[in-house]
Unconditional design. Structure first.
Lengths: 110, 328
């Protein structure tokens, strides 16, 4: 019981760190909040909506994403997010760091 | 759509004014996306479906808090330490003074009543303490919410850290501030207490007060006492300012201490301290005899305590002065 709680907390921290990378990596093509949620979920990453939408705005305010209210395919206006030039630079750096870290962890845990 | 309106409004209520309308629009748009996916093409969304959708989004307050985490504390770690220190400093200085002043003021009121005076002193110290606590806290709550921080711009400093940025060790003091402040307050209190003629006196009907101390003492012994106390007071101020037992400070302390010991011993052994007229006001002869014994006894005890304190102070100052010399 107590262990479950500890594991849950640690998982939460683990996810929080990786979620930004996942979001940046999925925004080469523009997406709106809900479509991004679906895209992440299709790839196996279940994200809480109340985590995802604020994160999008935070990444935008950091200059890693750009967003726009737009009408696509004659639908309702939606806010579309896409990765910025700065976001691309940051993402490629993060990708390198990630593979090093993944390799290190793999070695450590095997 | 009233449920959606209510949900969006509830989120918006907890958002900062600045980007409220924009976030509200985005959330509304998201809810519509979710509803669109759920409903069949044929029939419109019903109440139940809307409720399910909103519940999936979750507690609106929680959602809003993730956009703009509010400060859920009065005073944060940046200011906490400064806050506690300020409180301590103000309370330690103010409360003894307030208590002493109230004690004296109450004693000056006839009839003489020690219990009343102690109650008055404790009560007003408590009230002032609560006031200080409240106002100091309010000040720090505002500081916490300002852009001020109690140290130099941390972000610039942390960019390239060098050992030069290490703060200097706080000046070490052998003599604590609170101790000297306490001493000064109690000497001041003692002086006021003795000078005011009514405080150590007993009232009898309409006539003038009968002083507790023997009137003869005013010719020589009390003036000497005031001189000694004044010198001690000045000495305490220097202790406060210098903070360490320098040779000069230690020498003054030894001289003052020895003078006090000589004075007290001489006073108690050669002089009658209590005004016979004062004793006469207290009751009949049998009681008086007992009372006189109690008074003499407590004067002797007090004198012994004062002499003991002086001896300890002298020894301690010599010891610490030696330590200081070895260190430097």
């Amino acid at each position: 019981m107590e262990n479950d709680e500890l594991v849950q907390n640690m998982l939460l921290e683990l996810r929080r760190g990786t979620l930004s990378i996942a979001v940046l990596s999925q925004l080469n093509e523009e997406e709106y909040g809900y479509s991004l949620l679906k895209a992440l979920s299709d790839k196996g990453l279940e994200v809480d909506q109340s985590t995802l939408y604020p994160l999008l705005r935070r990444l935008e305010s950091q200059g890693l994403l750009q967003s726009d209210w737009r009408i696509v395919d004659e639908a309702r206006p939606r806010r579309y997010y896409v990765i910025s030039a700065q976001g691309k630079a940051v993402l490629s750096k993060l990708k390198q760091e990630w593979s090093v870290m993944a390799e290190t962890m793999q070695k450590m845990l095997s | 759509m009233s449920l959606v309106d209510r949900y969006v409004a509830e989120v918006g209520r907890h958002l900062p004014e600045k980007d409220r309308s924009d976030i509200e629009a985005e959330i509304r748009s998201t809810i519509e996306d979710m509803l669109e996916e759920r409903k069949d093409a044929s029939k419109p969304a019903d109440e139940k479906m809307v409720a399910d959708t909103l519940e999936e989004l979750g507690d609106p307050q929680l959602l809003a808090s993730k956009y703009a985490p509010p400060k859920r504390y009065l005073i944060g770690p940046d200011w906490y330490e400064v806050y506690v220190k300020s409180l301590q400093r103000v309370l330690i200085t103010a409360l003894p003074v307030v208590a002493a002043v109230m004690f004296v003021l109450t004693l000056t009121k006839a009839p003489l009543d020690f219990v009343d005076a102690v109650g008055e002193a404790v009560g007003s110290a408590f009230n002032v303490g609560v006031q200080i606590l409240f106002w100091v806290t309010i000040v720090f709550v505002f500081l916490e919410r300002s852009d001020e921080v109690p140290y130099e711009s941390p972000r610039q400093a942390s960019r390239k850290w060098t050992v030069a940025q290490l703060p200097k060790l706080p000046k070490t003091r052998q003599i604590s501030i609170s101790e000297t402040v306490m001493n000064i307050a109690s000497i001041a209190f003692l002086l006021i207490w003795i000078v005011l003629p009514f405080t150590l006196a007993r009232f009898r009907g309409e006539s003038s007060p009968v002083p507790f101390l023997h009137p003869n003492l005013w010719n020589f012994w009390l003036p000497i006492f005031f001189i000694l106390m004044s010198l001690t007071l000045i000495h305490e101020v220097f202790k406060l300012k210098i903070g360490n037992w320098t040779p000069a400070l230690m020498a003054t302390n030894v001289i003052l201490g020895l003078s006090s010991i000589i004075y007290i011993v001489a006073l108690v052994t050669t002089q009658e301290l209590v005004n016979p007229a004062f004793l006469a006001t207290l009751g009949n002869s049998a009681e008086l005899h007992k009372l006189r014994e109690v008074i003499t006894w407590s004067i002797d005890i007090s004198a012994a305590v004062i002499v003991g304190t002086c001896v300890w102070s002298i020894v301690n100052s010599i010891r610490l002065a030696r330590q200081l010399k070895q260190k430097s």
